[in-house]
Design a protein around this ligand. Sequence first.
Ligand code: GBH
Length: 465
Amino acid sequence: MSDFPVFPPGFEFGAATSAYQIEGGTRDDGRGPSIWDTFSRRAGAVSDGTSGETACDHYHRHREDVALLADLGVSVYRFSVAWPRVQPSGSGPVNARGLDFYARLVDDLLEAGIKPVATLYHWDLPQPLEDRGGWRSRGTAERFAEYTALVAERLGDRVARWITLNEPWCSAFLGYANGEHAPGAREGTPALAAAHHLLVGHGLAMGALRAAGVREAGISLNLDRVRPATPDPADAEAALRAETQRNLMWTDPLLTGRYAPGEPDTFGELIERQDFRREGDLALVSAPMDFLGLNYYTPSTVRAAPWREPDPARRTAMDNRFEGVDHPGVRHTAMGWAVVPDALRDLLVSLRDRYGALLPPIHITENGSAEHDVPAADGIVHDADRIAYLESHLRAAAAAIADGVDLRGYTAWSLLDNFEWAFGHSRRFGLVHVDFPTGTRTPKASYHWYKAAIAASAAREHRGE
Ligand code: GBH
């Protein structure tokens, strides 16, 4: 089986999940409500009308899930801590029973020889904080740092690697600009304030992690490989605006301590005031990180779009004169996302080229595909398309390493079919099939493929190749 993608010794293979997408048990042991509990109840917000109320019931079945990870042979597992379990009202004293759950999970992982990687915020903001403005308000960034300190104090001795935020672009723009994610707002300047406060929250949380003695800390960003649809200069400008909104307005402040140069043009008159920015913020935001987490699924091809000036209520921070177009000639996943593994390699190389020595080592913290999975007569999902997706993207990642990119690990999205946000249970990303609502787990063919790829890599390392 020499055909598996080959990585340097020490490369870490893993799998990833997030709290709201798998845990269920949303009312158990004193957990408070999150913005996703509220948003999921809104008519039409989630396409199949489901919510994370039960999800994979991981809150009660985590032992079984750790056993699946152990059998898979991963060396790391990326999960997220639900803030509403730790602080039901988003601030104040800790809810011990909530934190106990993560302590048990971490102990079980360590016992199975799996390194826990904890994400502190994967979109499940406590509802009481949203009621006080959510990420539009700087107070949420401050509360996030307090919550981070509580979690790190309890788990910092056993969790070596920490991720502050997952994909703040999604929290800011899907949450506060186009309303596709919780809390479902469609705003202009407030969405940009949310983006800034997420970065400030990250910086403050980095400080809290350092104070707790954490040595490996970073952030996970969804970065895009952006290409213009045509050679038309208008499309090139549109691509630069997309690049700024998707990538540079995050990576530039985080890695260089400067705001992205094209940002004012990207948002134009949508930024009415910038008084959410304070002196000293950039120093906070650019606190040195030990790694950059990259979530990658698909590239984006964009073209120029007209400035829409209808109803002022519709002037969200998404109306910024570019729009995505299809990427023809390649397979598309069940999300409708184009499968372009070379774009992952190009993205990794472009990060290295833009940031050079300022770029910390990279971990791919999410990559995977939703497919039209149907169990066959033998009960197994024969997901050849997912295997092809994983294999081609792992090869692209290995190629980037050969190009000189310092890439250290890969956590596949996702261990389990789960609650896929606005798509509910209508999209499946798991290596393990989950039957809803029974929760029965059945490894798919891709799980067995990934297990063999990890084993082959370990065997090669053992032989000293
Ligand atoms: C991740 O987000 C999440 O972290 C994870 O929780 C989720 O389950 C997983 O991906 C699968 O969806 O050009 O406007 O169509 C993915 C974030 C960001 C990926 C936007 C697709 C295209 C946006 N997505 N991107 S658009």
